[in-house]
Design a protein around this ligand. Structure first.
Ligand code: APR
Ligand code: PHB
Length: 390
C-alpha cells in the first residue's frame, strides 16, 4: 500500500502538467502510465500552443526548450478558390500562438518531473479506481507481476479517450455528447522546410488540406481523406501529388517534398463527457473531451482543464476549501464547449462533406467570403484561435 495526495492516471500532457503544477505547490502525486516512456514519446500529435498553455508550461518549470525552439506565429492563412487570405492574430487580438510539437512538450514535462524526483510508474497495467465516491479513494495497478494499491485523497483521470477513468464513472452519473465526422485526416511528417512561415489551412473542392510545421526544417502536412482509406493506398508520391492539386500555384512552387518519417490517418470526432467529476475522481483532457484537430484545441483544452484543477487542489490543501473542486466541472466545461464550437465551426467551413448539397456548398462559400471581407468575423476566428481567457 502506497499513499499520496493526488493519484494521477496517465502521463500525457494533461497528467504531467498537473503533476508539475501540484509538485510546485508542495502537493504529492504519483503518476501511473500504462505504456513505456518511449511509447508515449513516439506519439505524433499537433503542436499549436495558446498563450495560456505556454504560461502554464512556464509555471511548471518546463519551458526552457520551448522558448528556444518554439516558433511564435502572429497569424495564419486560409486558402479558398486558389487565393490565400491572412488572419492577423497580432493585429486583431494583440496575441500570438506558439508552434512547438506536443511530443516536445511531453518530453520537457517528463524531464522536469524526473528532475524534481516526483514518482511516475510507467508500464503500470490494469489500473483500477476504487471508492471514488467516498473520501478515501484508492487506485490499484499491476507491474512486474505485483499488485500495488495507492491510497489517496483524490484521483485525477488524465488517461485520454480510451482510459479507465471515464469508464469508472457509472453510466447514470455521466452524460456524453458526440459528433463523428464522415472523413479523416491523413498526416505526413517530413524533414523538409515548411512551404510558408505560417500555417496554411486549405478549403479545396478535392477536400481540406493543412500545411503545418514542427520547426524550420521539419514540416507536417494533412489531407482530408475517406474513412475507408488505408495507409497502403497512400504511397508518399501519391500524397505529394494530391497535396499539390489542393494548393495554390505559389504554394506548389515552394513545396519541398521528401520521404515520410511518419504517416498516419486519424478520424475526426467531437466528444464531451459531463460532468468531469465523480466524487473524488476528476477528469481532465482527452479523458473528458475530444475536438477535431481543425481548431488546434486538443492540447490547449487539456492545459486549461489542468489550470482550473491544479488551482482547485491548491485551494483544498492550502485553505481546506472545496469551492474550486466543486465548481471545476462547470468552469472547465464552459471553456470546453466554446472550444468544441470553434473546432466544429472550423471543420464545417474548411472541409468538403460527402453528403453536402449544392446549397450547402454555396453557404460555405458565402461564409468564407464573409470571413475574408469582415474584420469582425476575422476577429472572432482570431480570438478563438489564440485562446479564450481562462
Ligand atoms: N492506465 C494508465 N494510463 C493510461 C490508461 C490506463 N488505463 N489509459 C490510457 N493511459 C495513458 C495513455 O497511454 C496516455 O499516455 O494516458 C495518457 C493519456 O494521454 P493523452 O491521450 O495524450 O491525453 P491528454 O494528456 O489528455 O492530452 C490531450 O493529447 O490526443 C492529444 O489532441 C489531444 O492534444 C490533446 C492531448
Ligand atoms: C499540426 O501541426 O499537427 C496541427 C496544427 C494545427 C492544427 C492541427 C494540427 O489545427
Amino acid at each position: 500500500m502506497l499513499r499520496t495526495q493526488v493519484a494521477i492516471i496517465g502521463a500525457g500532457p494533461a497528467g504531467l502538467l498537473l503533476g508539475q503544477l501540484l509538485h510546485r505547490a508542495g502537493i504529492g502525486t504519483i503518476i501511473l502510465e500504462q505504456r513505456s516512456k518511449d511509447y508515449v514519446l513516439a506519439r505524433i500529435r499537433a503542436g499549436v500552443l495558446e498563450q495560456g498553455a505556454v504560461g502554464l508550461i512556464e509555471e511548471a518549470g518546463a519551458s526552457a526548450r520551448m522558448r528556444q525552439e518554439g516558433l511564435v506565429h502572429d497569424g495564419t492563412e486560409i486558402a479558398f478558390g486558389g487565393v490565400r487570405y491572412r488572419i492577423d492574430f497580432q493585429a486583431l487580438t494583440g496575441k500570438t500562438v506558439m508552434v512547438y510539437g506536443q511530443t516536445e512538450v511531453t518530453r520537457d514535462l517528463m524531464d522536469a518531473r524526473e528532475a524534481v524526483g516526483a514518482p511516475t510508474v510507467y508500464e503500470a497495467l490494469d489500473v483500477t479506481i476504487h471508492a471514488a465516491d467516498t473520501d478515501r479513494p484508492s487506485v490499484r495497478y499491476r507491474k512486474d507481476g505485483h499488485e500495488t494499491d495507492i491510497a489517496c485523497d483524490f484521483v485525477a483521470g488524465c488517461d485520454g479517450f480510451h482510459g479507465v477513468s471515464r469508464q469508472t464513472i457509472p453510466e447514470h452519473a455521466l452524460r456524453t455528447y458526440e459528433r463523428v465526422y464522415p472523413f479523416g485526416w491523413l498526416g505526413i511528417l517530413v524533414d523538409k522546410p515548411p512551404l510558408s512561415d505560417e500555417l496554411v489551412y486549405v478549403n479545396h473542392e478535392r477536400g481540406f488540406a493543412l500545411c503545418s510545421m514542427r520547426s524550420a526544417t521539419r514540416s507536417r502536412y494533412y489531407l482530408q481523406c475517406g474513412l475507408d482509406e488505408h495507409l497502403d493506398d497512400w504511397p508518399d508520391d501519391k500524397f505529394w501529388e494530391e497535396l499539390r492539386r489542393r494548393l495554390d500555384p505559389e504554394a506548389v512552387a515552394r513545396l519541398q517534398t521528401g520521404p515520410a518519417i511518419e504517416k498516419s490517418i486519424a478520424p475526426l470526432r467531437s466528444f464531451v463527457a459531463e460532468p468531469m467529476r465523480f466524487g473524488r475522481l476528476f477528469l481532465a483532457g482527452d479523458a473528458a473531451h475530444i475536438v477535431p484537430p481543425t481548431g488546434a484545441k486538443g492540447l490547449n483544452l487539456a492545459a486549461s482543464d489542468v489550470a482550473y484543477l491544479s488551482r482547485a487542489f491548491v485551494e483544498w490543501y492550502q485553505r481546506n476549501s472545496m469551492a474550486g473542486l466543486d465548481t471545476y466541472p462547470r468552469r472547465a466545461l464552459a471553456r470546453v464547449w466554446k472550444a468544441e464550437r470553434f473546432s466544429w465551426w472550423m471543420t464545417q467551413i474548411l472541409h468538403r462533406f460527402p453528403e453536402s448539397s449544392g446549397f450547402d456548398g454555396k453557404l460555405q462559400a458565402a461564409e468564407l467570403d464573409y470571413l475574408f471581407g469582415s474584420k469582425a468575423a476575422q476577429t472572432v476566428l482570431a480570438e478563438n484561435y489564440v485562446g479564450l481567457p481562462y
